[in-house]
Ligand binder design. Structure first.
Ligand code: ADP
Length: 569
């Protein structure tokens, strides 16, 4: 008894220690993030101090706003909210200490800057979910609207603070206008680059795209230099943006949106710098500073929005091209492998009905034996017939399920809570988790209901989890961990990721495993993934796998939320 309670308290201590370790690590990460964001914000803001308008004291371009909201959107507002807010506030206080402003004013402006990033990122997350990739036109417009709302609100706080410490010389409305314009443009010019870079580190572009993108950016830099240094007369005949357009179009058409974002950033920075330092067209000394600024802001807005819209349009086109190619491939596969699919269906049916049929045969022989006795045992015969009846019903259920699988259309779909299905599947496999010594980690975000066939979706999740469990049998050098994550992909889709720490899959063979009868298991049929992909595609979604061939595999599927409406429209 004493030993038991000692063990209990050791376990309790260990549990507390690992909880304390986790907490310390989380704090450590948050402090590093706050310091990095603070430093980035401080440096960007230092840049803008040369761009301060008098007497209001507001800078004409505030790229720092793009850093804070960009980081917050890229990392997810819920995770990075407090570290980013702390970094931004402290950086603003530090900047205002350098310009000898009162501490309270620095703190108040810091809070306004932090609130601006929080509002912008929160609005994005609310509408588009945590995975904001900035590759659709609606997302470009979304960022524009969120940036406007965030800066309209933060500008009110900023204008009031400047009024309080600069006195009436700072016109409230003018200060607000400058704050709003410089911060909104700062966000539009910089945040997409931060978001794109974060996405590119998670999923790096192929080398060819990288080389092409960087060359086009270099060419654009040269073009920007030429167009900005053109004498004023030429501007009247050659629209400057027309000069930039071919490069922007090239970047947008051939590379992912991060390159267009980098292009917009580059042009914005050049335009602002030349406007402020009196160089070239935008720095025309004959114009009042306010006019120069307005002209520069209009140019930035034009180039940036133009580049983003183009990039998003091309990204959309590329995505639909991929979908089309896949649909084509499916069609071809279906046509060429008619025989194969017939074989697949037969194999699936045989696999599923073998067991109930064997039960029927056994019970029928038993019934015959009981009848052959003298006197015949009617009770036993009746019991055997009852079992035959149950097994026959099971066989017919199996046929229904298989028919539903190969039937097109939306019959049997209903609003489904995907998280609940995941929990159900993990629960039903709890024995196997123990047998395979695998730890399950669920990271489920609240999701809207999805129109789907419940049994089929359960089959997909079951198959993916079961494959992962089996794959990890060979893992001995690291912890066997299965992570299931759900995320809101954007306004109209959800994403489920199933990640294991098994041996992974050779990247060259990733697509092949979805083909029927491809298996590496001695007892495997190689049908699971082919059927899973078929189910997900019938629901209007996509199923794919990624792996480096060493450190586990990630299977992920995306499902549209309203597939019923989408299908019947
Ligand atoms: P089966 O399980 O009958 O082999 P599947 O279609 O479900 O059929 O899987 C096909 C093949 O894909 C498996 O044999 C295995 O080699 C590979 N595979 C599937 N999931 C994983 C995973 N999580 N890790 C590594 N390999 C996997």
């Amino acid at each position: 008894m004493a030993e038991l309670s000692a063990k209990g308290s050791v376990a309790h201590d260990q549990h507390q220690r690992s909880a304390a370790d986790r907490l310390a690590r989380r704090w450590g990460e948050n402090i590093v993030l706050a310091a990095l964001v603070g430093l980035g914000y401080f440096l960007a803001a230092r840049l803008s101090i040369g761009l301060v308008l008098k007497p209001e004291g507001v800078a004409v371009f505030w790229p720092a706003a793009g850093i804070s909201s960009g980081v917050l959107i890229a990392l997810g507002s819920r995770r990075a909210r407090w570290p980013v807010a702390a970094g931004v506030t402290l950086a603003t206080i530090a900047i205002h200490q350098l310009t000898a402003d009162p501490l309270w004013a620095g703190a108040a402006l810091g809070l306004c800057n932090a609130a601006e990033a929080l509002i912008t990122a929160e609005l994005i997350e609310l509408y588009f979910g945590a995975n904001f990739l900035f590759d659709r036109v609606v997302q470009v417009l979304g960022l524009l609207v969120a940036a406007i709302i965030g800066t309209v609100i933060s500008g009110i706080g900023g204008a009031v603070t400047y009024r309080l410490f600069n006195g009436p010389s700072a016109g409230l409305l003018t200060t607000w206008e400058h704050w709003f314009a410089s911060d909104a443009i700062g966000i539009i010019a910089v945040a997409p680059l931060v978001i794109g870079l974060a996405a590119a580190t998670r999923q790096p572009p192929p080398r060819s795209e990288l080389i092409e993108g960087v060359s086009a950016l270099a060419a654009l830099a040269v073009m920007t230099g030429i167009s900005i240094s053109l004498p004023e007369d030429s501007w009247k005949t050659v629209a400057p943006v027309a000069l930039l357009f071919p490069m922007l179009l090239w970047l947008a058409a051939r590379c992912r949106p991060v390159f267009a974002a980098a292009a917009a950033f580059l042009v914005s920075m050049s335009v602002v710098a030349t406007a402020v330092f009196g160089v070239g067209h935008f720095g025309d000394a004959g114009l009042a500073m306010a006019d120069r600024v307005a002209q520069a802001q209009a140019a930035i807005l034009f180039v940036a929005l133009g580049a983003y819209v183009l990039a998003a349009l091309f990204a959309e086109r590329r995505a639909s091209e991929t979908r089309l190619a896949r649909a084509n491939m499916m069609l071809e596969r279906e046509r060429d492998n008619k025989l194969m699919s017939a074989q697949a269906i037969t194999a699936a049916i045989a696999h599923e009905v073998r067991q109930p049929l064997a039960g029927i045969v056994t019970n029928a022989s038993a019934a015959a034996r009981w009848l052959g006795r003298t006197p015949p045992d009617h009770d036993e015969v009746q019991a055997a017939l009852k079992r035959i009846q149950t097994e026959s019903h099971r066989t017919s259920d199996v046929f229904d399920a298989i028919r539903a699988l190969f039937r097109s259309g939306d019959q049997g779909r209903q609003p489904i809570d995907v998280n609940a299905i995941i929990r159900e599947v993990i629960e039903s496999l709890s024995g196997e988790f123990k047998d395979h010594a695998v730890e399950a980690h669920l990271d489920l975000t609240e999701l809207p209901l999805v129109d789907a066939h419940k049994g089929q979706l359960r089959e997909v999740i079951f198959n993916l989890v079961h494959n992962a469990l089996e794959a990890m049998d060979g893992t001995t050098d690291r912890i066997r961990l299965l992570r299931v994550m759900t995320q809101r992909r954007d306004a109209d889709a959800i994403k489920v990721l199933i990640e294991d720490s098994g041996p992974g899959i050779d990247p060259q063979k990733l697509e092949r495993i979805f083909t029927a009868f491809v298996t590496t298991k001695s007892q495997g049929m190689g049908l699971g993934l082919a059927i899973c992909r078929m189910i997900i595609e019938q629901h209007g979604g996509t199923l794919s796998a990624t792996s480096d061939g060493k450190n586990g595999a990630v299977f992920q599927f995306v499902l549209p939320i309203g597939s019923i409406t989408a299908h019947t429209e």
